[in-house]
Design a protein around this ligand. Structure first.
Ligand code: FPP
Length: 249
């Protein structure tokens, strides 16, 4: 999609507008550790995580980053205590209901990726509503990976392609990278240029495995609830120092 030119606000003077990442992906780690450090229950960390995410979305929009993708819940996260899983599902639903009008006013295009059919029915309803009501928005693409796993995404793409081959609709020789990408959840989104992971772990954790092939990785010790404009500024400044070669010299 083409993003409507917006009046970019407050881009820090040391950042070059032309060299901003088009698409930033975030692994929002450290909500639990942040809460523990404050002597609060883990769920308070997730609550504050939502505020941090809103702040970064606004910052992306203000500074001219065209797409933001956040890893909200992985296929592995079902293994957490049931109370925490329930809390997160209810939180996602509540946030969507609460924020939808503002997202619409802000011209945000919301998209959810992952195995959405396995989510609670009431959450699926809010997801469908938020996606359909923001479908034509062009201010920023905001993608939330929920019940998402990179391997699972690749397997479901293989299955869809194999079905077409079996039905005689596709010849195996026609399968190339472009065709494969059209079967991923992210078919309409460019690959991330920059992956930010908070809280210090040096892992990709099954996030956007295919799409991350040439992403620049930025890992910070800051816990997600503390990841603010200034932390994002530092990440973008580090990104602009990188020399992206895409396998060439
Ligand atoms: C990782 O921290 C965080 C999560 C698994 C949940 C992230 C979800 C949000 C910030 C809410 C987003 C809401 C919407 C609607 C998109 P952790 O719990 O693994 O922290 P720890 O590693 O310190 O335990």
């Amino acid at each position: 999609m083409t993003v409507k030119p917006t009046l970019l606000q407050d881009l820090p003077a040391d950042l070059e507008r032309e060299r901003l990442p088009r698409h930033v992906a975030v692994i929002m780690d450290g909500n639990g550790r942040w809460a523990q450090q404050q002597g609060l229950p883990r769920i308070m960390g997730h609550r504050r995580g939502v505020d941090a995410l809103k702040g970064i979305l606004r910052c992306c929009k203000d500074w001219g980053v065209q797409a933001l993708t956040a890893y909200a819940f992985s296929t592995e996260n079902w293994g957490r205590p049931i109370e925490e899983v329930d809390f997160l599902m209810t939180l996602f639903e509540r946030v969507l209901r609460r924020e939808l009008q503002e997202m619409k006013a802000e011209d945000v295009q919301i998209r959810f990726v992952g195995n959405l059919a396995a989510l609670p029915r009431s959450l699926q309803t809010e997801i469908e509503r938020s996606m359909s009501e923001t479908r034509y928005n062009q201010g920023i693409q905001f993608t939330i990976a929920t019940n998402y796993g990179g391997r699972q995404e690749i397997v479901q793409a293989c299955r869809a392609i194999a079905t077409q081959v079996k039905q005689g609709l596709l010849d195996p020789d026609q399968i190339d990278e472009a065709l494969f990408e059209r079967h991923l959840y992210t078919a309409e989104i460019s690959d991330p240029d920059l992956l930010i992971r908070t809280s210090g772990e040096m892992r990709i954790s099954n996030f956007l495995l295919w799409q991350m092939a040439y992403a620049e990785l930025y890992i910070t010790e800051t816990h997600w609830p503390d990841f603010d404009r200034s932390a994002f500024h530092q990440a973008l400044a580090a990104y602009q120092q990188r020399h992206r070669r895409f396998g060439k010299v």
